[in-house]
Design a binder for this molecule. Structure first.
Ligand SMILES: Nc1ncnc2c1ncn2[C@@H]1O[C@H](COP(=O)(O)OP(=O)(O)OP(=O)(O)O)[C@@H](O)[C@H]1O
Length: 246
């Protein structure tokens, strides 16, 4: 078995007496697409913030790309890419400027930036849009650019926090083609989503309920375990018992 890219053991985060993340244990293998599901308030974002090196756990263990979340969060930040529906690109910069800005933050050299920007604009077929403001583009395009920017520096792992919220199923499907391509290139993908069709696209899926991992398996394994025809059926059975959330 190769070394996991993400390893957690009894990872816990409290806010005062409130246990937001409750002793979660799992690992993610290199190149895997790992779905991180849970109802609102289940604790996904808190767990993800810990794994991105942004928040310290209260107890338990975790490593990301081999680095410890308590002591080596600066190293972790260099190994990861991050994209969220909530934080994406700068609307008042052009596509090209956004790519160069974020590429610069991720530490690419001037020449690398120039080359990668051109390759990316080519791949996304954005020649006519490259010098337009991002704010003028449809949401689906922004998401695709945002994802491409998050993996521009070829991180070991990319964290995607509800990356496809609010776009139509065809655009979401295209977005997932990009995810598959990244995974095929060896980038591990850790993704949260509320769309159950997207859960089916993951290699394995964990479902959090009230801070704990209630189930973790391949989509096929989960459907079998919960005697459900689709992931919606699995999710509803687990989420029905949740105390937190809307
Ligand atoms: N800084 C904080 N202080 C106190 N409570 C917090 C803090 N951050 C998160 N929580 C609480 O922890 C719980 C888990 O929140 P979290 O945002 O991790 O859930 P989530 O699964 O990402 O939900 P959503 O899908 O709605 O984003 C929630 O009840 C939330 O109110």
């Amino acid at each position: 078995m190769p070394q996991p890219v993400i390893y957690t053991h009894q990872l816990t985060r409290k806010f005062g007496d409130f246990v937001a993340v409750d002793a979660i244990t799992f690992d993610v293998q290199p190149g895997e697409i790992f779905g991180f599901l849970g109802a609102n308030g289940a604790g996904k974002t808190t767990a993800m913030r810990i794994l991105c090196g942004l928040l310290s756990p209260t107890s338990g263990q975790a490593t990301v790309a081999g680095f410890d979340v308590y002591r080596q969060n600066e190293e972790i930040k260099k190994q990861i890419g991050y994209m969220s529906q909530k934080f994406s690109l700068y609307e008042n910069l052009t596509v090209r400027e956004n790519i160069q800005f974020f590429g610069g933050i991720y530490g690419l050299s001037r020449q690398e930036l120039k080359d990668k920007t051109n390759v990316l604009i080519d791949r996304l077929g954005l020649h006519n849009e490259a010098d337009k403001l991002v704010g003028a583009l449809p949401l689906g395009w922004k998401q695709k650019i945002s994802f491409s920017v998050a993996i521009l520096h070829r991180p070991k792992i990319v964290f995607l926090d509800e990356p496809t919220g609010g776009v139509d199923p065809i655009t979401r499907r295209q977005f997932w083609d990009m995810i598959y391509e990244a995974a095929h290139d060896g980038i591990t993908v850790f993704v949260t989503t509320h769309y159950m069709d997207e859960a089916e696209y993951c290699d394995r899926v964990s479902i959090m309920v009230d801070g704990a991992i209630a189930a973790l398996d391949t989509p096929a394994g989960l459907k079998k375990q919960f005697n459900a025809t689709n992931m919606d059926g699995v999710f509803l059975q687990l989420a029905r018992g949740a105390k937190r959330g809307d």
